[in-house]
Design a protein around this ligand. Structure first.
Ligand SMILES: [Fe+2]
Length: 413
């Protein structure tokens, strides 16, 4: 159970996210009465059982929040309507003070040049004076949005990159899809952020849309428009068999150089998980300059540094090689055929892709959602433009450390 945080004697309420009947999600909390603009101005302490109980350093409050994110995976802090973008950025850097002070996808210039599918298909705008806080959304952003004048986001994250088409009239009637299940990660050069923060400035709340898996399973999920969906890859791990767990614990993956350029012409599966194998991956020699030392090899299983939980964290759309083994001494079997890689991952990852394991927290305007990016997948869900504009401020920072697996892996050679 989540613990209460006390701020100078005042109790902050941490409550589990409300769950519909039948839900099997075991993560997510809501925090009330916390002013993130002023978080350094007060001392927070966890309850008496916490190892943080006696800390008095200036960032004890940030540490307590950080711990809450690692423990609960998804945290919604209510009522941050007046949080200036620069304060969101400051908070993100205080979560990981040793991290390089740049967004995990690099500067906007780097992102727009090297972001491949992440940047080519949508508008991402840096907030004036806080470039690492990114405005993402759709539609008209207002006459003056923190200095951004009369901006209309014409290229939002959209539903139309899936391999099977969603006819416009069906989409307009509220039939939508998960856009792309992912963690926020460059998977080249820089390490993925521990956490991502996403503040909701504006979104429509009605009418509802229905997410369709459109993969033959017939599964659907109804939701308000403009929300982000989450699943816990700790739960993905929990759903694996003992043999699969042994293999995942000892195996690793290698991501492509400039992975989002490499797979930039691929199309997503209609349920948002993984891409179709149609031979559209670019040959490495067409990726421009890349440095082998920046290519990322990560364990398949990432251990939560606070709770010790194991999460199956493989971003399948960017993987170029699997190294499979079930014990430390074993020579790994290398799989470098993307079709084989994807079908191996799909068998494991689709198990969690069921309505009962998906959390769709109802983030209201002014709320900020923060999640343990090393433990979850998330996805946007598109909705018809006619429902109204969406404005979100997103920020994270490339982590100061690399994910650690249950056993050491070979990261070079
Ligand atoms: Fe994301």
């Amino acid at each position: 159970m989540p613990s209460a945080i006390n701020a100078n004697g005042a109790t902050l309420r941490i409550e589990p996210l409300p769950k519909d009947a039948g839900k099997k999600t075991n993560f997510g909390v809501v925090i009330h009465d916390l002013d993130l603009s002023n978080i350094g101005g007060m001392t927070l302490v966890q309850n008496q059982q916490s190892p943080l109980a006696d800390q008095t350093e200036a960032d004890t409050d940030v540490d307590a929040l950080k711990k809450a994110i690692w423990e609960n995976k998804v945290v919604i802090v209510k009522g941050q309507k007046d949080l200036p973008p620069i304060k969101q950025w400051e908070l993100v850097t205080r979560f990981d003070p040793d991290a390089p002070k740049v967004h995990s996808h690099g500067s906007l210039k780097t992102f727009n040049k090297q972001g491949g599918i992440l940047s080519a298909s949508r508008d991402v705008i840096g907030m004036p004076g806080a470039e690492n806080v990114r405005l993402i959304g759709k539609g008209y952003q207002g006459a003056d949005h923190y200095g951004i004048k009369d901006k209309t986001v014409k290229k939002p994250l959209s539903h139309d990159w899936h391999v099977t088409e969603l006819p416009a009239e069906e989409f307009e009637s509220g039939h939508t899809r998960f856009q792309r299940w992912h963690l926020d990660a460059p998977l080249y050069e820089r390490d993925p952020a521990w956490f991502t923060t996403l503040r909701c400035i504006k979104r429509p709340t009605s009418p509802k849309v229905t997410v369709h898996w459109d993969d033959g399973s017939g599964q659907t999920l109804e939701t308000e428009p403009g929300l982000t969906a989450f699943l816990s890859n700790v739960q993905t791990y929990d759903l694996m068999t003992p043999d699969e767990k042994a293999m995942a614990d000892h195996s690793w993956v290698e991501y492509a150089p400039h992975p989002y350029q490499w797979m930039g012409n691929c199309r997503g599966n209609p349920n948002g998980l993984g891409v179709a194998s149609q031979g559209y991956e670019k040959p490495l020699e067409e990726l421009g300059e890349w440095n082998p030392k920046f290519v990322k090899r990560y364990p398949m299983v990432w251990v939560n540094p606070v709770t010790g939980e194991k999460a199956f964290m493989v971003h399948g759309i960017c993987v170029r090689k699997l190294f499979l083994r079930s014990s430390e001494g074993e020579e790994p079997k290398v799989i470098d055929n993307v079709e084989e890689i994807r079908s191996w991952l799909k068998r494991i990852q689709e198990r969690i892709l069921r309505p009962e394991y998906i959390m769709l927290p109802e983030v209201e305007e002014g709320d900020i959602v923060m999640w343990a990016n090393w433990q979850c997948f998330h996805t946007a869900i598109d909705y018809p433009d006619s429902f109204g504009p969406r404005t979100m401020h997103q920020a994270n920072v490339s982590a100061s450390s690399s994910p650690v697996g249950p056993v050491p892996i070979t990261t070079c050679g």
